[in-house]
Ligand binder design. Structure first.
Ligand SMILES: C[S@@+](CC[C@H](N)C(=O)[O-])C[C@H]1O[C@@H](n2cnc3c(N)ncnc32)[C@H](O)[C@@H]1O
Ligand code: SF4
Length: 451
């Protein structure tokens, strides 16, 4: 049994460790990838292939203090209208370069708050997406929905456009916590949103909640999880609240002395995790839960769970194209990211080109390391047979690396001829173990710089 002291000494509680939605992670991108690379990577997609498409809407009507997402507040629709026009122009550019015949396996609208678009804007955007590519069979169209920012008319448009997965932000139901994090949202508002979504036959409901919030206690998170379970969500994301007031200035409104200690954070996560497990949810990777018949649970059982910028996915497409300011795309060749500022993004597209500003072209053993990290984040173990077969790794070299990593983690991991395995009680260390395979992270803690 791993003790709290051991977890603490190994760096769990003080580590600013990446969530590894990509490898290398975005801070290691550089300006070496240009709009020209982005264009040629799009043109290289096989015509019979599928892609995932992400559209980013970086606007919100309210700016919640806790939120670390890149988004800007607006009380008027004119900046949103201008932005949607730019997105449509970017989609038009994509259409010009995407090989005919490519289909969409996933369409995701995220933000910010995509549901602050007017119904007309939503319709126009959906029509434009359909001009770019048809949906593949079993495609998924998901939208991030702020329950405070949705109504029947918008949901009608989204449902008619094929939305079959809705993702709502809940965070916590407790009123004192909501007030402290600047995110008022009554239970009735959330319930009403859920009922409206379900009434439109949307097949799948996802909800985001947070652990580690100010004034959060085990009793309070228990109540939040129980209330959430009363909606029988298909998926739940249980993210650890990231308090980064030096980056997300709004978080300065949140008193740091109201935050739970690192040890209490772990207890909050464990409390919520057990409640989901008792209710029959499958544990997906480090921070998701899914009903047993949900695609994520099935993908996990069959070893097909993947990780991308939206978190965990059962999408099998090799290519994810992100449009909109700051969006990141992934290709077999590497990553490309759009310029972050909304005005620079709009300027670039208005000038007739893509808005790629940075990225990373895979080189050396990037793909091998990316896959090892993805395996650890998804399945808590690596699979040597695949690493050898598909990424040119050698059994002896893998064994030597695992031995070093396990040493650095006090032998808490398990190593066999099949791979490196993180046992259940060491799972809170998963991101740290993944970081041991990250050759770009120079800020690695001493113990995890094994390779
Ligand atoms: C981009 S937001 C969009 C959600 C939507 N606008 C809403 O408010 O319901 C997606 C999710 O990111 C998570 N998130 C935002 N800030 C976070 C933070 N500081 N730490 C951890 N998760 C955070 C929240 O759970 C949120 O629901
Ligand atoms: S939580 Fe949602 S509504 Fe609140 S600021 Fe973040 S993106 Fe906007």
């Amino acid at each position: 049994m791993i003790t709290r002291t051991q977890l603490s000494r190994l760096g769990l509680f003080d580590a600013k460790v990446p969530r590894y939605t990509s490898y290398p992670t975005a801070p290691h991108f550089s300006d070496s990838v240009s709009a020209q690379d982005f264009t040629s990577w799009i043109e290289a997609i096989p015509a019979n292939g599928t892609v995932s498409l992400y559209l980013h809407v970086p606007f919100c009507r309210r700016l919640c203090w806790f939120c670390a997402c890149r988004t800007q507040g607006t009380t008027t629709l004119s900046p949103v209208a201008g932005y949607v026009e730019t997105l449509m122009a970017e989609l038009e550019l994509l259409k010009a370069h995407l090989p005919r015949g490519v289909k969409l396996s996933r369409l995701h609208w995220g933000g910010g708050t995509p549901t602050l678009l007017t119904p007309d804007m939503m319709r126009a955007l959906l029509d434009k997406v359909r001009e770019v590519a048809d949906f593949a069979e079993n495609a998924e169209f998901s939208v991030e929905i702020d329950p405070n920012e949705i109504d029947g008319e918008r949901l009608d448009v989204l449902a008619a456009g094929g939305m079959n997965r809705a993702s709502i932000g809940v965070q916590d139901f407790n009123a004192q916590i909501q007030e402290t994090i600047g995110r008022p949202q009554s239970f009735e508002i959330t319930r009403n949103a859920v009922e409206m979504i379900r009434a439109r036959g949307v097949a799948s409901l996802n909800a985001d909640i947070l652990f580690g919030l100010p004034h959060q206690t085990r009793e309070r998170i228990t109540e939040t999880v129980q209330k959430l379970l009363s909606f029988a969500p298909d998926r739940v994301a249980l993210y650890g609240y990231a308090h980064v007031p030096w980056m997300a200035k709004r978080q300065q409104m949140i008193p740091s002395d109201a935050l739970p200690s690192p040890e209490d954070r772990l207890a909050l996560f464990e409390t919520a995790r057990r409640l989901f497990a008792w209710d029959g949810y499958a544990e997906i990777g480090i921070d998701h839960f899914a009903a047993p018949d949900d695609g994520l649970a099935i993908a996990q059982k069959t070893g097909k769970l993947r990780r991308n910028f939206q978190g965990y996915t059962d999408d099998t497409s090799e290519v994810l194209i992100g449009l909109g300011a700051s969006s990141i795309s992934r290709f077999p060749q590497g990553y490309a990211q759009n310029v972050s500022s909304t005005s620079a993004y709009q300027g670039a597209v208005r000038d007739g080109g893509f808005a790629t500003a940075r990225g990373h072209a895979f080189r050396g053993d990037d793909r091998l390391r990316a896959r090892m990290i993805e395996m650890l984040m998804c399945d808590f173990h690596t699979r040597n047979d695949e690493l050898v077969r598909s990424y040119g790794a050698e059994h002896e070299a893998l064994a030597a690396i695992y031995a070093k990593v396990n040493d650095a983690f006090d032998g808490l991991l398990r190593v066999s001829g099949e791979g490196l395995f993180i046992p259940q009680d060491a799972r809170p260390l998963t991101r740290l173990v993944a970081r041991a395979f990250d050759s770009y992270d120079t800020a690695k803690a001493k113990h995890s710089s094994a390779i």
